[in-house]
Structure formats: C-alpha cells, structure tokens
Design a protein around this ligand. Structure first.
Ligand SMILES: *[C@@H]1O[C@H](CO)[C@@H](O)[C@H](O)[C@H]1NC(C)=O
Ligand SMILES: *[C@@H]1O[C@H](CO)[C@@H](O)[C@H](O)[C@H]1NC(C)=O
Length: 398
C-alpha cells in the first residue's frame, strides 16, 4: 500500500473496514480448506499403512505357518543366482606367515587405496592376509581409517626408526650434496632426491628387520598406484614355500647405469668376478622370503655396500641391490617368474600371454601391451638361459 492509498483509506473508514473484512474472510476460508485437506491426508496415510501392515502380517503368518524354517523365506525367490564362490571364500584363508607390505607416505593415500582395492579384489579377499604399512612419518588418522576399511585382514602400521631413514655418520654430506646437484644437472631420474635415497637404502637393508615384520617369513611388496589385471586363485606364498623358491618377480629391466656407477665394482670387491649387465628384477613387485635377506650372506653384503656409501654418493636402487643379492646367493631355480600375473606399475605393465591364464584369471589386460618384449626388458635373457654362464649365479644378471 502506498502512502497515498493509506491516506485515502484514512479518509474513508467504511470502505477500509470492508476491504479488511473481505481479506480476512478469504484467509479464513483458505485455512479451513487447508486443514481439511491435511486431515484427510493424515487419515489416509494412517489407514493405508495400517492396511499395509495388516497385509504384510497376513503374508508372514501364511509363510510361517507353511514352515517354521527361515529357509522357506529364501525359497520364495527361486531365481536368485547362487554365488558358488561363497563357500571357498571362507575356507581359503591364507595359512602362511606372510604379509602384504607397503612403504607409503600419507599424501599417497589415494594411490595406496587403489592398490589395496586391486590386491583385495583380485587376491586377498579370499585369503585375508595381513597388511603392514611403513612410513618415515606417523600415519594420519585418515590414512589409518581408510586403509583399515579397505583391508580384509588385520592391519599394522609402523613408523620407521630414525637410524633406518637417515644418513650414517660415516657419510660426508658435503659430497652427497655435490653429487645430488650434479645428478640433477644431468637430469638423472630421482638424482637430486634425498628421500628417494633413504627409500632405496631402507628397502635394501632394513624393511625385513622392522619390528612388525619379525613374525613373518614371506612378504609381498605392494606399491601405491599398482594394479593387478588378473585374479590370483591360489596362494603365491604357499607356492613359493612348497616349490622351494626364495624370490618371485613379474617384470625385469635394465638399470640406469648413471645411478649405480660403482655398484658392480664394489660387489666384485666383496665377492666374485664377471660383468654386470644392469638387469634387475623390478622390485616394486616382489613376493619373496624375508629370511633370505636376514641370512648372514645377504646381511654382510648389504653392510658392505652401505659402508661404501653408494646409496648416498650415487643413487643405488633397491632393485639392483636385491637382484644382485639374489643372483649372488641363490641358485636360479629358486627364482620364480609369475608369468600368470597381469601387473601394472605405470609406466610399465605386463600381461599373461597364454590363454589358460587369461581365462582362469579373468584378465582384462591387452596381451599386446607387454613389457616382457620391450627392448628394455631383460626377459629375453631370462628365457634364453644364455646367461647361466657363471655357476651358482642367477643367470639373468650376467
Ligand atoms: C578367515 O579370515 C577372516 C579374517 O581374518 C576371519 O574373520 C574368518 O573367520 C577366517 N575364516 C576361517 C575359515 O578361518
Ligand atoms: C667432506 O668432503 C669435502 C669435499 O671433498 C672435504 O672438503 C671435507 O673435508 C670432507 N669432510 C670430512 C669430515 O671428511
């Protein structure tokens, strides 16, 4: 109402009262209709739900009186597919002293979960092996909560002790800094990264002695961001134990020579003669014996390498160190290639080549995309057996 209209009503009181009365009357009518409708709706709802309850009750009574057994209810849906996997899921629980182990940072939670999802779906949901998470920093509440939720077995978290993740006193850090700067200048992959060096040294000589690992004989290394392309229907730990294997791999490749300039000459000082062809098992996937690394031979080898300082002055990777260790101290027939595994760790992946593995494993990888036949892969050497020239060494290395 404008000021002018209000002024007019003020001057014409009867007209104003009339207008007001009409407005109130229409409001009252509306309220009446509304209340009536609402009442109807409430009544209808109440009535129909009591009807529904009654009819449900009737049906339940009928079913119950037909047979007191609960199974009868299931029989009312005879076309439900029966999940034939169900009984074996329970009975297949893993029985080895083994763990899935992941070295991971809190910020990699998404990649960690996607790896877990893949390993659980393709393998562990049937075996419920425990997961072990290692980190040089305390895990966040979120990390623990989500990874625990993803695991189908027990979960443990350990913060890596300082001495396993720091530069030993014997190392000259001035030289380390110079070398890192030089490797950065040469664009060598992770050449300028100190944390990558800690990671390689930790994986080479410490992970198997962590407190949480002591109760296990076997580990499966799972890295954030990996994927399994095929079902794994058997227990690979049992396979390793019963077939007398100590080290299992899926992908091999050549190491960047610039990262391990003196690794081989140091190894020769320690042990033997020969040439190293830079081949290594790609260690982001490993199913292997922890007791192998705990053995006196490997322990001494690692300590020797560590004292040489190459983990810091150069950038020795855990892959060539593991591979050389295995090559030096285990005969070739204790090493297993999981040719039936489909595996991806970007940027490389492999796919089983035989029909049988594809069918039984329900693989979804493309067989043509297979690092095994890439020119950087050492698989041709593995298959050739040509490399068995030095006795008691894992032919792949020489
Ligand atoms: C298998 O492992 C799961 C999880 O650890 C456990 O709940 C279940 O009872 C086990 N089943 C058998 C048959 O041992
Ligand atoms: C570390 O190396 C630098 C450069 O070679 C050298 O000047 C320095 O004396 C060394 N420090 C020690 C403690 O050996």
């Amino acid at each position: 109402m404008t000021g002018a209209q209000r002024a007019k009503l003020w001057r014409q009181p009867e007209a104003a009262a009339g207008a007001l009365y009409t407005r109130l009357a229409s409001k009252r009518n509306f309220a009446r209709v509304f209340i009536t409708l609402a009442f109807c709706a409430i009544f209808y709802n109440f009535y129909s739900s009591s009807e529904l309850r009654k009819s449900l009750n009737d049906r339940l009574q009928q079913t119950m009186s037909a047979s007191p057994s609960i199974q009868v209810v299931e029989q009312t849906e005879p076309n439900m597919p029966i999940c034939s996997n169900e009984p074996t899921l329970e009975s297949n629980n893993g029985t080895e002293k083994a763990t899935l182990v992941m070295l991971v940072r809190n910020r990699e939670i998404r990649e960690a979960l996607s790896s877990m999802r893949s390993v659980e779906d393709r393998f562990n949901r049937k075996f419920h092996y425990p997961w072990t998470f290692l980190n040089d920093k305390p895990f966040t509440k979120d990390f623990i909560e989500y990874t625990t939720g993803m695991a189908s077995g027990p979960v443990e978290y350990q913060v890596i002790p300082k001495e396993a993740w720091s530069i030993p006193k014997s190392i000259n850090t001035t030289i380390v800094k110079q070398e890192m700067a030089e490797m950065t200048r040469q664009n060598i992959i992770y050449g300028g990264s100190l944390s990558y060096r800690h990671m390689c040294r930790f994986n080479s000589g410490f992970f198997y002695n962590m407190e949480v690992m002591k109760k296990y004989d076997w580990y499966w290394r799972v890295e954030p961001g990996i994927e399994l392309y095929c079902d794994i229907e058997y227990d690979p730990f049992t396979f390793m134990r019963t077939n007398n294997k100590i080290y299992g791999f899926v992908i091999t490749m050549y190491e960047f020579e610039a990262t391990i300039k003196t690794l081989w000459s140091r190894t020769k000082e320690f042990e033997i003669d020969g040439n190293y062809n830079l081949c290594h098992f790609w260690s982001n996937f490993e199913i292997a014996s922890l007791n192998f690394y705990r053995s006196e031979a490997y322990t001494k080898y690692f300590e020797f390498l560590d004292s040489a300082g190459g983990f810091f002055y150069e950038r020795w990777g855990d892959a060539p160190v593991h591979s050389l260790g295995v090559g030096l101290f285990a005969p070739k027939d204790k090493i297993h290639h999981f040719a039936d595994f489909g595996y991806s760790h970007p940027p490389c992946s492999r796919c089983p080549q035989d029909d049988e593995s594809h069918k039984s494993g329900r693989c979804y990888c493309n067989r043509a995309v297979n690092f095994d036949t890439n020119s950087y892969s050492c698989m041709p050497r593995w298959w050739d057996g040509m490399l068995n020239s030095i006795d008691n060494l894992c032919g792949i290395l020489y």
